[in-house]
Design a protein around this ligand. Structure first.
Ligand code: HEM
Length: 346
Protein backbone atom coordinates (compact mmCIF):
# COMPACT_ATOMS: atom_id res chain seq x y z
CA UNK A 1 0.00 0.00 0.00
CA UNK A 2 1.19 3.56 -0.74
CA UNK A 3 2.26 5.07 2.56
CA UNK A 4 0.85 8.37 3.70
CA UNK A 5 4.13 10.26 3.14
CA UNK A 6 4.10 9.29 -0.55
CA UNK A 7 0.43 10.26 -0.68
CA UNK A 8 1.30 13.65 0.81
CA UNK A 9 4.09 14.10 -1.74
CA UNK A 10 1.66 13.31 -4.54
CA UNK A 11 -0.80 15.92 -3.36
CA UNK A 12 2.03 18.44 -2.76
CA UNK A 13 3.33 17.83 -6.29
CA UNK A 14 -0.14 18.61 -7.67
CA UNK A 15 -0.43 21.74 -5.53
CA UNK A 16 3.05 22.93 -6.57
CA UNK A 17 1.84 22.96 -10.19
CA UNK A 18 -1.29 25.01 -9.58
CA UNK A 19 -1.44 28.38 -11.33
CA UNK A 20 -3.19 29.71 -8.22
CA UNK A 21 -3.48 27.97 -4.82
CA UNK A 22 -6.93 26.81 -3.80
CA UNK A 23 -6.90 26.32 -0.02
CA UNK A 24 -9.99 24.52 1.26
CA UNK A 25 -10.81 23.22 -2.22
CA UNK A 26 -9.79 20.16 -4.23
CA UNK A 27 -6.30 20.67 -5.72
CA UNK A 28 -7.53 19.22 -9.04
CA UNK A 29 -11.07 19.01 -10.37
CA UNK A 30 -11.60 22.11 -8.27
CA UNK A 31 -14.67 23.49 -10.03
CA UNK A 32 -17.62 21.14 -9.96
CA UNK A 33 -21.33 20.73 -9.46
CA UNK A 34 -23.28 18.22 -7.37
CA UNK A 35 -26.26 16.45 -8.94
CA UNK A 36 -28.93 14.11 -7.54
CA UNK A 37 -30.14 11.01 -9.29
CA UNK A 38 -30.75 7.30 -9.07
CA UNK A 39 -29.30 4.14 -10.59
CA UNK A 40 -31.16 1.04 -11.70
CA UNK A 41 -29.13 -2.03 -12.64
CA UNK A 42 -29.90 -3.95 -15.82
CA UNK A 43 -31.33 -7.49 -15.81
CA UNK A 44 -27.93 -9.01 -16.54
CA UNK A 45 -25.91 -6.96 -14.05
CA UNK A 46 -26.56 -9.28 -11.10
CA UNK A 47 -25.38 -12.29 -13.11
CA UNK A 48 -21.94 -10.67 -13.42
CA UNK A 49 -21.58 -8.98 -10.06
CA UNK A 50 -23.02 -9.58 -6.62
CA UNK A 51 -22.48 -5.98 -5.45
CA UNK A 52 -25.55 -4.47 -3.81
CA UNK A 53 -26.15 -1.74 -6.39
CA UNK A 54 -26.30 -4.33 -9.18
CA UNK A 55 -29.19 -6.26 -7.63
CA UNK A 56 -31.79 -4.25 -9.51
CA UNK A 57 -33.53 -2.07 -6.95
CA UNK A 58 -33.47 1.70 -7.28
CA UNK A 59 -30.28 3.15 -5.74
CA UNK A 60 -30.01 6.83 -4.84
CA UNK A 61 -26.93 8.44 -6.39
CA UNK A 62 -24.94 11.64 -5.81
CA UNK A 63 -22.80 12.76 -8.72
CA UNK A 64 -20.17 15.48 -8.88
CA UNK A 65 -19.20 16.64 -12.36
CA UNK A 66 -16.01 18.66 -12.57
CA UNK A 67 -13.48 20.40 -14.76
CA UNK A 68 -10.06 18.76 -14.47
CA UNK A 69 -8.08 21.97 -13.85
CA UNK A 70 -6.81 22.72 -10.38
CA UNK A 71 -7.47 26.17 -8.95
CA UNK A 72 -10.44 28.43 -8.43
CA UNK A 73 -10.49 29.87 -11.97
CA UNK A 74 -13.45 28.59 -13.97
CA UNK A 75 -12.93 28.06 -17.68
CA UNK A 76 -15.69 25.70 -18.77
CA UNK A 77 -15.06 26.49 -22.42
CA UNK A 78 -11.36 25.57 -22.44
CA UNK A 79 -10.03 22.22 -23.54
CA UNK A 80 -9.86 20.12 -20.38
CA UNK A 81 -10.46 16.64 -18.99
CA UNK A 82 -13.82 16.43 -17.15
CA UNK A 83 -14.69 14.33 -14.13
CA UNK A 84 -17.76 12.41 -13.08
CA UNK A 85 -17.62 11.03 -9.54
CA UNK A 86 -20.63 8.94 -8.52
CA UNK A 87 -21.68 7.78 -5.08
CA UNK A 88 -24.20 4.95 -4.95
CA UNK A 89 -26.10 5.16 -1.63
CA UNK A 90 -26.91 1.59 -0.69
CA UNK A 91 -29.43 2.41 2.07
CA UNK A 92 -32.09 4.92 1.11
CA UNK A 93 -33.27 5.38 4.67
CA UNK A 94 -29.87 6.60 5.90
CA UNK A 95 -28.30 9.92 4.87
CA UNK A 96 -24.76 8.73 5.63
CA UNK A 97 -25.27 5.00 5.27
CA UNK A 98 -23.16 2.48 3.38
CA UNK A 99 -22.20 3.58 -0.10
CA UNK A 100 -19.74 2.95 -2.89
CA UNK A 101 -18.00 5.26 -5.36
CA UNK A 102 -17.07 5.16 -9.03
CA UNK A 103 -14.76 7.94 -10.21
CA UNK A 104 -14.36 8.54 -13.91
CA UNK A 105 -12.92 11.08 -16.36
CA UNK A 106 -13.21 11.83 -20.04
CA UNK A 107 -9.74 10.38 -20.60
CA UNK A 108 -9.81 6.75 -21.68
CA UNK A 109 -6.30 6.00 -20.39
CA UNK A 110 -3.95 7.58 -17.86
CA UNK A 111 -0.51 9.10 -18.55
CA UNK A 112 1.39 7.35 -15.73
CA UNK A 113 1.89 3.68 -14.88
CA UNK A 114 2.99 4.24 -11.29
CA UNK A 115 3.89 6.98 -8.80
CA UNK A 116 7.42 7.43 -10.19
CA UNK A 117 5.94 8.23 -13.60
CA UNK A 118 3.45 10.57 -11.97
CA UNK A 119 6.21 12.52 -10.17
CA UNK A 120 8.20 12.71 -13.39
CA UNK A 121 5.12 14.06 -15.17
CA UNK A 122 4.60 16.76 -12.55
CA UNK A 123 8.28 17.76 -12.91
CA UNK A 124 8.11 18.04 -16.70
CA UNK A 125 4.54 19.20 -17.29
CA UNK A 126 4.72 22.49 -15.44
CA UNK A 127 2.68 25.59 -16.16
CA UNK A 128 4.36 27.59 -18.93
CA UNK A 129 3.40 30.67 -20.93
CA UNK A 130 1.58 29.54 -24.07
CA UNK A 131 2.35 30.77 -27.55
CA UNK A 132 0.43 30.15 -30.72
CA UNK A 133 2.59 27.91 -32.90
CA UNK A 134 3.13 28.74 -36.56
CA UNK A 135 1.48 26.37 -39.07
CA UNK A 136 5.00 25.50 -40.32
CA UNK A 137 6.09 24.40 -36.86
CA UNK A 138 2.98 22.21 -36.60
CA UNK A 139 3.68 20.55 -39.94
CA UNK A 140 7.31 20.02 -38.94
CA UNK A 141 6.21 18.41 -35.66
CA UNK A 142 3.78 16.13 -37.47
CA UNK A 143 6.44 15.08 -39.99
CA UNK A 144 8.56 14.04 -37.02
CA UNK A 145 5.55 12.10 -35.68
CA UNK A 146 5.30 14.54 -32.77
CA UNK A 147 1.92 15.91 -31.75
CA UNK A 148 1.74 19.68 -32.38
CA UNK A 149 0.85 22.05 -29.55
CA UNK A 150 -2.81 23.11 -29.84
CA UNK A 151 -3.81 26.75 -30.18
CA UNK A 152 -4.49 28.53 -26.87
CA UNK A 153 -8.07 29.47 -26.02
CA UNK A 154 -8.94 33.15 -25.49
CA UNK A 155 -7.30 34.43 -22.25
CA UNK A 156 -5.31 31.21 -21.85
CA UNK A 157 -1.86 32.55 -21.05
CA UNK A 158 -0.27 29.55 -19.34
CA UNK A 159 -0.86 25.82 -19.45
CA UNK A 160 0.94 22.50 -19.04
CA UNK A 161 0.49 21.35 -22.66
CA UNK A 162 4.04 21.93 -23.90
CA UNK A 163 5.50 20.06 -20.90
CA UNK A 164 2.96 17.25 -21.21
CA UNK A 165 3.84 16.87 -24.89
CA UNK A 166 7.55 16.71 -24.21
CA UNK A 167 6.82 14.06 -21.55
CA UNK A 168 4.75 12.09 -24.08
CA UNK A 169 7.41 12.47 -26.74
CA UNK A 170 9.91 11.02 -24.26
CA UNK A 171 7.72 8.26 -22.78
CA UNK A 172 5.74 6.17 -25.23
CA UNK A 173 3.36 4.78 -22.58
CA UNK A 174 2.04 8.31 -21.95
CA UNK A 175 1.26 9.11 -25.57
CA UNK A 176 -2.29 7.84 -25.73
CA UNK A 177 -3.45 9.82 -22.71
CA UNK A 178 -1.53 13.01 -23.50
CA UNK A 179 -2.66 13.06 -27.13
CA UNK A 180 -6.25 12.42 -26.07
CA UNK A 181 -6.02 15.27 -23.58
CA UNK A 182 -4.61 17.54 -26.31
CA UNK A 183 -7.68 17.14 -28.52
CA UNK A 184 -10.32 16.69 -25.84
CA UNK A 185 -11.96 20.13 -26.16
CA UNK A 186 -14.91 21.26 -24.06
CA UNK A 187 -18.25 19.41 -23.84
CA UNK A 188 -21.44 21.30 -24.65
CA UNK A 189 -22.81 19.72 -21.47
CA UNK A 190 -21.53 17.56 -18.62
CA UNK A 191 -24.32 15.20 -19.75
CA UNK A 192 -22.81 14.89 -23.23
CA UNK A 193 -19.45 13.29 -22.54
CA UNK A 194 -18.24 9.72 -22.03
CA UNK A 195 -16.48 9.11 -18.72
CA UNK A 196 -14.09 6.22 -18.00
CA UNK A 197 -13.07 4.82 -14.62
CA UNK A 198 -9.78 3.83 -16.35
CA UNK A 199 -8.47 1.22 -13.88
CA UNK A 200 -9.24 -2.49 -13.88
CA UNK A 201 -11.45 -3.79 -11.08
CA UNK A 202 -12.38 -7.39 -10.28
CA UNK A 203 -16.05 -8.29 -10.03
CA UNK A 204 -17.41 -11.48 -8.48
CA UNK A 205 -20.52 -13.25 -9.81
CA UNK A 206 -23.01 -15.35 -7.76
CA UNK A 207 -20.97 -18.54 -8.50
CA UNK A 208 -17.81 -16.98 -7.13
CA UNK A 209 -16.23 -16.43 -10.58
CA UNK A 210 -14.02 -13.32 -10.62
CA UNK A 211 -13.60 -11.27 -13.81
CA UNK A 212 -11.36 -8.29 -14.56
CA UNK A 213 -13.45 -5.36 -15.81
CA UNK A 214 -13.29 -1.68 -16.72
CA UNK A 215 -16.25 0.67 -16.26
CA UNK A 216 -17.36 3.65 -18.28
CA UNK A 217 -20.43 5.91 -18.48
CA UNK A 218 -22.03 6.47 -21.89
CA UNK A 219 -24.33 9.50 -22.17
CA UNK A 220 -27.73 8.64 -23.62
CA UNK A 221 -27.86 12.16 -25.14
CA UNK A 222 -24.67 11.43 -27.13
CA UNK A 223 -21.22 13.02 -27.08
CA UNK A 224 -20.82 16.59 -28.30
CA UNK A 225 -18.05 19.17 -27.87
CA UNK A 226 -18.16 22.90 -28.53
CA UNK A 227 -16.80 24.47 -31.69
CA UNK A 228 -13.20 25.43 -30.79
CA UNK A 229 -13.20 28.27 -33.32
CA UNK A 230 -16.14 29.98 -31.62
CA UNK A 231 -15.26 32.02 -28.53
CA UNK A 232 -15.87 29.73 -25.56
CA UNK A 233 -17.63 30.95 -22.46
CA UNK A 234 -16.06 30.64 -19.02
CA UNK A 235 -19.17 29.60 -17.15
CA UNK A 236 -21.96 27.64 -18.78
CA UNK A 237 -21.78 24.00 -17.73
CA UNK A 238 -23.63 24.32 -14.45
CA UNK A 239 -26.40 26.48 -15.89
CA UNK A 240 -26.72 24.22 -18.90
CA UNK A 241 -27.18 21.21 -16.64
CA UNK A 242 -29.70 22.98 -14.45
CA UNK A 243 -31.75 24.04 -17.51
CA UNK A 244 -31.45 20.59 -19.07
CA UNK A 245 -32.64 18.80 -15.92
CA UNK A 246 -35.57 21.17 -15.52
CA UNK A 247 -36.80 19.99 -18.92
CA UNK A 248 -35.96 16.27 -18.74
CA UNK A 249 -33.68 13.92 -16.76
CA UNK A 250 -30.21 13.18 -18.15
CA UNK A 251 -29.21 9.55 -18.45
CA UNK A 252 -25.99 7.58 -18.57
CA UNK A 253 -25.54 3.86 -19.26
CA UNK A 254 -22.97 2.12 -17.10
CA UNK A 255 -20.90 -0.06 -19.43
CA UNK A 256 -18.64 -2.82 -18.13
CA UNK A 257 -15.94 -4.19 -20.43
CA UNK A 258 -14.70 -7.66 -19.59
CA UNK A 259 -10.98 -8.31 -19.87
CA UNK A 260 -9.45 -11.41 -21.38
CA UNK A 261 -6.17 -13.26 -21.00
CA UNK A 262 -3.27 -11.02 -21.93
CA UNK A 263 -5.09 -7.71 -21.28
CA UNK A 264 -3.29 -5.17 -19.12
CA UNK A 265 -4.78 -5.50 -15.66
CA UNK A 266 -2.44 -3.32 -13.64
CA UNK A 267 -1.45 -0.68 -16.17
CA UNK A 268 -3.87 2.25 -16.65
CA UNK A 269 -1.92 3.59 -19.65
CA UNK A 270 -2.82 0.55 -21.76
CA UNK A 271 -6.17 0.22 -23.56
CA UNK A 272 -7.91 -3.09 -24.05
CA UNK A 273 -8.77 -4.32 -27.55
CA UNK A 274 -11.98 -2.74 -28.84
CA UNK A 275 -13.61 -6.16 -29.49
CA UNK A 276 -13.88 -7.08 -25.79
CA UNK A 277 -17.37 -8.00 -24.52
CA UNK A 278 -19.21 -5.01 -23.05
CA UNK A 279 -22.19 -5.40 -20.76
CA UNK A 280 -24.75 -2.73 -19.89
CA UNK A 281 -24.77 -2.78 -16.09
CA UNK A 282 -27.51 -0.20 -15.58
CA UNK A 283 -28.82 3.28 -16.12
CA UNK A 284 -28.12 6.38 -14.07
CA UNK A 285 -30.85 8.98 -14.19
CA UNK A 286 -29.94 12.50 -13.10
CA UNK A 287 -32.92 14.52 -11.94
CA UNK A 288 -31.77 17.87 -10.49
CA UNK A 289 -28.81 19.84 -9.19
CA UNK A 290 -28.22 19.05 -5.53
CA UNK A 291 -29.97 21.63 -3.37
CA UNK A 292 -27.11 21.71 -0.90
CA UNK A 293 -24.04 22.12 -3.11
CA UNK A 294 -21.74 22.13 -0.08
CA UNK A 295 -22.90 18.87 1.50
CA UNK A 296 -23.76 17.07 -1.73
CA UNK A 297 -20.93 18.37 -3.89
CA UNK A 298 -18.01 20.24 -2.42
CA UNK A 299 -17.63 18.43 0.90
CA UNK A 300 -18.17 14.91 -0.39
CA UNK A 301 -14.92 13.08 -0.70
CA UNK A 302 -14.97 10.34 -3.25
CA UNK A 303 -12.39 7.59 -3.23
CA UNK A 304 -11.87 4.83 -5.81
CA UNK A 305 -11.30 2.44 -2.89
CA UNK A 306 -14.74 3.09 -1.48
CA UNK A 307 -15.92 -0.34 -2.63
CA UNK A 308 -18.45 -2.97 -1.56
CA UNK A 309 -18.35 -6.78 -1.51
CA UNK A 310 -18.45 -8.01 -5.11
CA UNK A 311 -16.01 -5.40 -6.45
CA UNK A 312 -12.28 -5.36 -5.69
CA UNK A 313 -9.46 -3.09 -6.76
CA UNK A 314 -6.78 -4.51 -9.07
CA UNK A 315 -3.10 -4.19 -8.25
CA UNK A 316 -2.73 -1.16 -10.51
CA UNK A 317 -0.13 1.01 -8.71
CA UNK A 318 -1.92 4.23 -9.67
CA UNK A 319 -5.16 2.96 -8.19
CA UNK A 320 -3.20 1.94 -5.10
CA UNK A 321 -1.69 5.42 -4.80
CA UNK A 322 -5.03 7.17 -5.11
CA UNK A 323 -6.39 5.49 -2.00
CA UNK A 324 -4.25 7.51 0.43
CA UNK A 325 -3.73 10.56 -1.80
CA UNK A 326 -7.48 11.27 -1.81
CA UNK A 327 -7.57 10.87 1.97
CA UNK A 328 -4.67 13.31 2.41
CA UNK A 329 -6.40 15.79 0.10
CA UNK A 330 -9.71 15.28 1.85
CA UNK A 331 -8.17 16.07 5.22
CA UNK A 332 -6.32 19.11 3.86
CA UNK A 333 -9.49 20.64 2.47
CA UNK A 334 -11.80 19.54 5.30
CA UNK A 335 -13.95 17.16 3.25
CA UNK A 336 -16.33 14.68 4.87
CA UNK A 337 -14.77 11.42 6.07
CA UNK A 338 -15.55 8.35 4.02
CA UNK A 339 -17.43 5.27 4.94
CA UNK A 340 -14.54 2.97 4.30
CA UNK A 341 -15.44 -0.28 5.98
CA UNK A 342 -14.66 -2.26 2.87
CA UNK A 343 -11.47 -0.35 2.07
CA UNK A 344 -10.24 -0.66 5.64
CA UNK A 345 -10.89 -4.37 5.65
CA UNK A 346 -8.95 -4.87 2.40
C1 HEM B 1 -1.53 9.07 -9.03
C2 HEM B 1 -2.59 9.47 -9.73
C3 HEM B 1 -3.61 10.44 -9.19
C4 HEM B 1 -3.50 11.32 -8.16
C5 HEM B 1 -2.29 11.59 -7.28
C6 HEM B 1 -4.79 12.00 -8.06
C7 HEM B 1 -5.08 12.95 -7.12
C8 HEM B 1 -6.32 13.52 -6.92
C9 HEM B 1 -6.67 14.35 -5.81
C10 HEM B 1 -5.74 14.75 -4.69
C11 HEM B 1 -7.97 14.70 -5.97
C12 HEM B 1 -8.82 15.55 -5.01
C13 HEM B 1 -9.48 14.60 -4.00
C14 HEM B 1 -10.28 15.30 -2.95
O1 HEM B 1 -9.82 16.31 -2.41
O2 HEM B 1 -11.39 14.80 -2.64
C15 HEM B 1 -8.46 14.10 -7.18
C16 HEM B 1 -9.72 14.23 -7.69
C17 HEM B 1 -10.17 13.57 -8.80
N1 HEM B 1 -9.49 12.65 -9.57
FE1 HEM B 1 -7.59 12.06 -9.29
N2 HEM B 1 -5.64 11.51 -9.01
C18 HEM B 1 -4.97 10.55 -9.73
C19 HEM B 1 -5.47 9.79 -10.76
C20 HEM B 1 -6.74 9.87 -11.25
C21 HEM B 1 -7.28 9.01 -12.27
C22 HEM B 1 -6.56 7.85 -12.95
C23 HEM B 1 -8.56 9.42 -12.49
C24 HEM B 1 -9.51 8.80 -13.46
C25 HEM B 1 -10.54 8.08 -13.13
C26 HEM B 1 -8.83 10.54 -11.60
C27 HEM B 1 -10.01 11.25 -11.50
C28 HEM B 1 -10.31 12.21 -10.56
C29 HEM B 1 -11.59 12.89 -10.46
C30 HEM B 1 -12.80 12.72 -11.38
C31 HEM B 1 -11.50 13.72 -9.35
C32 HEM B 1 -12.60 14.63 -8.80
C33 HEM B 1 -13.47 13.82 -7.85
C34 HEM B 1 -14.48 14.69 -7.14
O3 HEM B 1 -15.32 15.30 -7.81
O4 HEM B 1 -14.42 14.71 -5.90
N3 HEM B 1 -7.71 10.78 -10.86
N4 HEM B 1 -7.44 13.38 -7.75
Amino acid sequence: MTDSSVAKQLVDAIIANLPEPAPGLRPVHTIGVGVDGYFIASEVARTFCIAEHFKGRRIRASVRFSNGFGGPQQHDGWSDVRGMATRFHLRDDMQDGPATDLIATTLGEFFARNVEDFFEFTRIARQQPVQKQSPWRKIFDMLQLKAPVRDPYPNETTNTDAGALSYANRYRFAQLAVFQAGVIGAPVSYARATYHAIHTFWVKDPHGVRRPVRFSWQPVAGVCTTDPTAAPVDKYLRQELEDRLRRWPARFMLMMTIGEAGDALDDPTKPWPAKRVRVVMGTLTLTNLAKDQVADGERISFNPWHLVPGIEASEDPILEARREAYEVSRKMRGGCPLHRRQADAA
